[in-house]
Design a protein around this ligand. Structure first.
Ligand SMILES: [Zn+2]
Ligand SMILES: [Zn+2]
Length: 267
């Protein structure tokens, strides 16, 4: 009797959970909403939650003023799909890495720039004091000369960090455009900015900007729905290319190659 009652719960625990059971957070036990990838209460990632391409953690993302979305675990720029059933192609990972590198390089240049500016200020201040104390023209000139490398470093760092800022903006843009393209291509019908915003977890205006940019690049085509809203889908041109008859000419070429091979084998 006791053996039975001991075995049963163990078997139940080892077996797979019943398919119909409501899902609960493995961290805190809170019931999960349909399709939720993260627990609303404790934030724990649930099975199927996307992993960060930089640190491979299934961490949440948080919004960022310049990088738009960053990994909660490593702080690198990320794009996370907020809805189940849509997968990013992975083409966004390279520009995201580029953004991270440019961001780090800019930090280094900013530190260098601060060092250069502080050095310039310090040497010039010391030179001014020395001039007041009467070191003469040669001593003052020497002081100014010593400050020059610091000044050059500060100016170079300023220019470089501005360049890196532009690189970050460009890379983040490329990554988000790629993600928006993925969502639009996987959608069954043309999508509106609100749909894209919901899928990528961003504001509708941001989504609108992405769709507009892809339309300018001829990668998407805008159309007005019956309700007077704008929706975006793949251009008809690409769909036509995909449907172009490809079988016959290729089959002919293959046949010809086969015959050539046979002829060569017979020789
Ligand atoms: Zn939880
Ligand atoms: Zn990460």
């Amino acid at each position: 009797m006791t053996a039975d009652s001991e075995v049963k719960p163990r078997q139940a625990a080892a077996g797979p959970p019943p398919a119909q059971a409501p899902r609960a957070c493995h961290g805190c036990g809170e019931p999960l909403g349909a399709g939720a990838l993260f627990c609303e209460r404790c934030g724990a990632a649930q099975p199927g939650a996307p992993k960060c391409p930089h640190c491979r953690t299934a961490a949440k993302v948080s919004s960022h003023p310049e990088l738009r979305c960053i990994c909660y675990a490593c702080g690198a720029p990320r794009i996370s799909v907020a809805a189940r059933g849509i997968e990013l192609s992975g083409k966004e990972i390279r520009p995201l890495r580029r953004a991270r590198e440019a961001w780090r390089a800019r930090l280094a240049w900013r530190i260098g720039g601060a060092f250069g500016a502080a050095g310039t200020g310090f040497v010039l201040l010391a030179t001014a004091l020395a001039a007041l104390l009467g070191v003469g023209i040669v001593g003052t000139g020497l002081g100014v000369l010593v400050s020059l490398p610091f000044l050059l470093l500060a100016l170079l760092a300023l220019a470089r960090s501005r360049q890196r800022t532009a690189d970050v903006v460009q890379a983040i843009d490329d990554a988000w455009k790629s993600a928006a393209r993925d969502v639009a291509e996987q959608a069954a019908k043309p999508i509106a900015a609100a749909d894209l915003g919901a899928a990528l977890g961003i504001e509708e205006e941001q989504a609108e900007g992405l769709l507009a940019a892809l339309t300018v690049d001829d990668e998407l085509e805008a159309e007005v729905t019956d309700q007077g809203r704008l929706s975006f889908g793949r251009p008809v041109r690409i769909a036509a290319d995909a449907e172009a008859p490809a079988g016959e000419p290729e089959a002919e070429v293959e046949q010809a190659l086969d015959e050539q091979a046979k002829a060569r084998a017979e020789r």
